[in-house]
Design a protein around this ligand. Sequence first.
Ligand code: ATP
Length: 138
Amino acid sequence: MMQERSAGIVLFREDSGKKLFLLLHYPSGHWDFVKGRIEKGEQEKEAAIREAREETGITDVEFIDGFEEKIHYTYQYDGKQVKKEVIFFLGKTKTSNVTISDEHLDHVWLEYDLAYSKTTYQNAKSLLQKSKALVFAS
Ligand code: ATP
């Protein structure tokens, strides 16, 4: 079975006292956080920062301590089963302007409840839930 490892960031910012979460629209249809393949020789956090920069143009990510969550899923590619692990960190940014790459269709900044509804997969919704206390304390 093919195996894939990605790293991502539950990225949020503050706007007029509100906490807004960033979601990207993936070409396969789902809404999810910034994430991408960990390259050879790369640390997980390095990969997450690089992906944030490449996928959104955001370069000022402040990691919030105490959040490191792995999710797992499998999907079919070219008739083959791919087993995937994604490690997520929690990050805060001061940047509101997002420039998406051609890897995505759209982006949106949403408050917690709307972000929770919009996020497609249950494992991603769980990440939001797990991040909530830290986000609202920071
Ligand atoms: P990456 O952003 O890591 O480079 P990708 O854009 O190549 O990834 P994924 O987002 O992992 O690809 O999507 C590959 C397949 O897995 C798609 O069919 C997608 O619908 C499915 N998928 C994506 N995220 C999840 C998830 N959290 N749980 C279950 N299936 C998912």
